[in-house]
Design a protein around this ligand. Structure first.
Ligand code: GLV
Ligand code: MN
Ligand code: MN
Length: 415
């Protein structure tokens, strides 16, 4: 790379002003934000992003999945595009770094390249991907772009059909439209993302940057334990078919299964809904939200079998029926060697320390991994907190991450 390019750095003040402005949108007053995908606050954050794109004199683009992009046509006509980005949606009552940091670093990288007036062999695009967090579906925008989104899967999304329909309507999107967002792989030079680590490894080791080697596979299931409603005062303990017992026993047993047989995997029971749900009625039905994650495909399948088997055991133990429905599946994905090298070289050139690490959080890069070379870097999360208003990354680390993203993008662009 020539000296003009290696000398490029982000504008810290502008980047910070943008970061702080986005954190006001859907702010919860405790340092966090509440911006579930395609809700009012998320759409307000997107409107604000469109304004920032226009203010920068960049071209705005959106697609059938609602993905929002800033385009910088800095390559020759017909050249592929290098995507930089993340997401502006949050989990319910989440933090202000998870997603926006990567979107705003991407926008800042484009502004820096634009101001430098340099031409590259590729175009650049800063993208805000739809519903990364899965309050509706999970990595909706990136699976649509990858062409792996299937119409059947939209019938039973993990956030429920009604929420998906309401979100699409609010955003002016349609289901057939979602399926048109696929990008031709030949049009993509790669996808790079800056993100907070969301765990304590970098902060504990006092390392500046983590180069991500791969992203965990994630699967969500709805398990319905079916018992019988009865009078809670007059039905003896022995005569009950109490759906709460099956669901609760499963939550505890799942933990034991993980600890005993799947030390590199995790499982979460994130919700239980009781029907009818009253003090004095034995629960007739419990719908349980199960998510589990594994680092590689074979283990992922074994884990799925083990957890479903355990659910059946617990249902039988309490005389219950069990209905299971898979509501989402994202394969584990290795990151591209080329992208990992670009990030490591960029960090070295900037005098930053780095380690390689695996991501236990899901990210859009895993959906795009089958389409183009993908890569991610992490910056330290204080205390490892994330999906919580406690999420915090020191500003110096945000700036370091954005500069590594910029310099890695230039390296990828020149390959
Ligand atoms: C997304 O952040 C996830 O890992 O659930
Ligand atoms: Mn994220
Ligand atoms: Mn997240």
């Amino acid at each position: 790379m020539d000296d003009t390019l290696t000398a490029l750095r982000i504008d810290e003040a502008r980047f910070r002003a943008d970061f702080e402005a986005q954190a006001e949108i859907g702010a919860t007053g405790d340092g966090g934000v509440h911006r579930p995908a395609l809700g009012e606050a998320h759409l307000a954050a997107r409107a604000w992003f469109r304004e920032r794109i226009a203010a920068a004199g960049l071209e705005f683009h959106t697609d059938g999945a609602g993905n929002h992009s800033a385009l910088l046509a800095c390559g020759p006509a017909g050249a592929p595009t290098l995507l930089l980005g993340s997401h502006l949606d949050s989990v319910p009552y989440g933090g202000r770094f998870d997603g926006p940091l990567g979107v705003l670093a991407a926008l800042e990288a484009l502004r820096v390249v634009q101001e430098a007036g340099v031409s590259l062999p590729v175009h650049l695009e800063a993208i805000d991907l739809t519903d990364e967090e899965g309050t509706l579906f999970g990595e909706l925008g990136s699976t649509a772009m990858a062409g792996t989104l299937k119409a059947e899967a939209l019938r039973e999304p993990r956030g429920g059909r009604a929420a998906l329909e309401a979100g699409l309507a609010r955003a002016g999107l349609t289901e057939p439209g979602l399926l048109t967002a696929r990008r031709d792989p030949a049009s993509l030079a790669g996808y790079l993302e800056l993100h907070i680590e969301q765990g304590p490894r970098l902060a504990n080791a006092q390392v500046d940057v983590g180069v991500v080697t791969g992203i965990v596979g994630m699967c969500s299931y709805q398990l319905m334990f079916v018992g019988r409603a009865d009078h809670a005062g007059t039905t003896s303990m022995a005569d009950r078919r109490d759906a709460a017992l099956g669901a609760s026993a499963f939550a505890l047993a799942a933990r034991e299964v993980m600890l005993a047989d799947f030390p590199d995997c995790v499982a979460n029971v994130g919700d239980m809904r009781f029907t009818p749900g009253a003090f004095n009625i034995v629960p007739a039905q419990v719908v349980l939200a199960l998510e589990f994650r594994a680092p590689e495909p074979a283990l992922f399948r074994l884990l799925e079998d083990a957890l479903l088997e355990q659910a059946q055991v617990e249902a039988e133990r309490f005389g219950l029926g069990l209905e299971v429905e898979r509501l989402g599946w994202l394969d584990p994905a290795p990151m591209s060697d080329v992208a990992q090298r670009a990030f490591a070289d960029a960090a070295d050139a900037l005098g930053l320390t780095h380690v390689s690490l695996f991501s236990g959080a899901g990210h859009d890069a895993q959906s795009l991994a089958g389409v183009c070379p993908v890569g991610m870097i992490f910056v330290p999360s204080i205390g490892g907190a994330s999906h919580s208003p406690r999420e915090f990354t020191r500003w110096v680390d945000c700036v370091n991450g954005a500069n590594v993203l910029l310099q890695a993008a230039l390296r990828m662009a020149l390959l």
